[in-house]
Ligand binder design. Structure first.
Ligand SMILES: [Fe+2]
Ligand SMILES: [Fe+2]
Length: 244
């Protein structure tokens, strides 16, 4: 677990899994003696928010110290957006590159190669659709909702839309992205003939498993933290407009 007075260097050395989180907060290395709190302050990140997100990420059984619902929704939306960016720009292309490298140097039949690359292509498409729906529709909607919530009198058009679509509709259709990835690992470990380049194969499986873990944390943030919080604000707005 990381705490506010811990040197940031120590936090990272003790918890290497923190590394992919840092760019999502725009935090760069070269911490010197600075503690977690100082690094956060210098990078305009709310320390409590950083600690809650990081500790939940590092430990599945972590019990939040500060209620995540106390932070502005904008912080959470910003974090989820940067995470999407990380998946699309870093994690997925990296795995894709390594998978192709692995297939190129393998003795697999054409059919077997086609199976793996086809599987990954389909996955990339599914992933892109999922994330762009959130980036283009769901997250902007949440920011708008928070803005309307702050107003004395919410916009009539917005309230009309709220009667038809709420975050619960999104949650009902929100599917999991990690399941197909686990199937890809299973395909490699269980069914395909062994790859000559075991080191590269190991890297691919490690990258896949890191991404699966990251996606589980991400879905948890969306389903268990974001959705209930947004639903609560929606209910509040709807009650207010009924009363008024
Ligand atoms: Fe997402
Ligand atoms: Fe999602």
């Amino acid at each position: 677990m990381i705490s506010r007075n811990m040197p940031m260097c120590q936090a990272v050395l003790e918890h290497y899994r923190l590394l992919p989180l840092l760019p999502r907060f725009n935090i760069r290395l070269g911490f010197g003696e600075k503690c977690v709190e100082e690094v956060c302050r210098l990078n305009h990140v709310t320390t409590e928010f950083f600690m809650e997100i990081s500790n939940a990420y590092l430990d599945d059984d972590y019990i939040p110290q500060t209620d995540l619902s106390l932070f502005p929704l904008g912080d959470l939306v910003g974090y989820l957006t940067s995470t999407h960016h990380y998946y699309l720009e870093v994690a997925i292309p990296k795995i894709e590159r390594k998978i192709h490298q692995l297939l190129d140097g393998s003795a697999l039949s054409e059919k077997e190669r086609g199976l793996v690359s086809g599987f990954f292509d389909d996955y990339r498409k599914e992933f892109l659709e999922h994330v762009s729906r959130e980036d283009k529709l769901v997250l902007p909607y949440i920011l708008e909702l928070e803005k309307e919530y702050m107003k004395e009198k919410p916009d009539a058009e917005f309230m009309k839309r709220l009667q038809v679509y709420t975050i619960r509709d999104f949650a009902r259709e929100h599917d999991r992205l990690e399941t197909s990835l686990e199937n890809l690992s299973r395909l490699i470990i269980k069914y395909l003939p062994p790859f000559e380049d075991f080191d590269l194969c190991h890297q691919v499986l490690t990258d896949l498993s890191d991404l699966v873990r990251d996606l589980i944390d991400h879905a948890h943030m969306e389903d268990k933290v974001l959705v209930p919080r947004v639903a609560e604000i929606e209910q509040h707005l709807l009650r207010k407009s009924e009363a008024g």
